[in-house]
Write a protein that binds this ligand. Structure first.
Ligand SMILES: [Mg+2]
Length: 257
């Protein structure tokens, strides 16, 4: 098997890279299987903090790839690692889904209304009360941390406003941006990878469809990067961007020659 890139560890984005909604992108599962058979390490990195890890295990397995839970890395996990190592003992007011709040609590992080930190996640159960309470805490000067910066999350019926859009709302009302963002392209997400693999950076490749998260994550961490044109980014967007990947392919399936 010949590959278009020299790497031992493949970090894949999910939405727009492996699948779109519930549809696989070409034979992406076949490609993942072949990489595994060739001894390559495969991980899935998602910034989506609205679902917990087990939902990704179920979804990827349902689509035909026998994924192990250790292969999935989320911005929720990066946020938990950051909070437990850099902000030990601090409480959070999460703006997030019940699955997100459960995962935070299970990690031993105290959740309360009058918290030290406002933790903004991809809250598909958002209501006015939560945004209002978050704003009150931020006006009091409490720390502002976000799980990831994505502006929208693609769906088959249209884009969903994601954390980046909610950040803009709170920046407008309280006058502050987050001091820390944990998911791709920022360093807390890379710290999770460092705990899983010991490969040299030049043998790691980030594969994704989004320039300002996936590809920038590769660049920020001195990994190689592959932009796939199966999701958000068009050839026109790439030409006018300052963020340039190592390689551009139509889909993940062209990684194998
Ligand atoms: Mg994507």
């Amino acid at each position: 098997m010949k590959l278009k890139i020299d790497a031992d560890v493949f970090l894949f984005d999910l939405d727009g890279t492996i699948y779109l909604g519930d549809k696989l992108i070409g034979d992406s599962v076949g490609t993942l299987m072949k990489l595994g058979e060739a001894g390559k390490k495969v991980f899935f990195l998602t910034n989506n903090s609205s679902r917990d890890k087990s939902e990704y295990v179920q979804k990827i397995a349902r689509l035909g790839y026998p994924v192990q839970p250790e292969q999935i890395l989320t911005s929720t996990m990066a946020s938990i690692q950051y909070l437990t190592t850099r902000r030990p003992g601090k409480s959070v007011f999460p703006v997030g889904t019940p699955a997100f709040v459960k995962e935070i609590k299970e990690a031993g992080i105290a959740v309360k209304e009058d918290a030290d930190i406002v933790l903004l996640a991809f809250d598909t159960t958002l209501n006015y009360e939560k945004i209002w309470k978050a704003n009150i805490l931020l006006e009091k000067g409490r720390e502002f941390i976000a799980t990831h910066p994505d502006i929208v999350c693609p769906s088959d019926i249209g884009d969903m406003p994601d954390v980046g859009s909610l950040m803009a709302l709170l920046e407008c009302s309280c006058g502050r941006a987050p001091s820390v963002i944990c998911g791709k392209p920022y360093s807390p997400m890379a710290e999770i990878i460092n705990t899983r693999v010991s490969a040299p950076k030049e043998k790691i490749v980030m594969v994704g469809d989004r320039l300002y998260t996936d590809i920038l994550f590769g660049i920020n961490n001195n990994y190689k990067s592959i932009l796939v044109l199966s999701g958000e980014t068009t050839a026109e967007m790439l030409v006018s961007s300052g963020v340039q990947p190592t390689l551009v392919l139509p889909t993940v399936n062209e990684i194998i020659e």
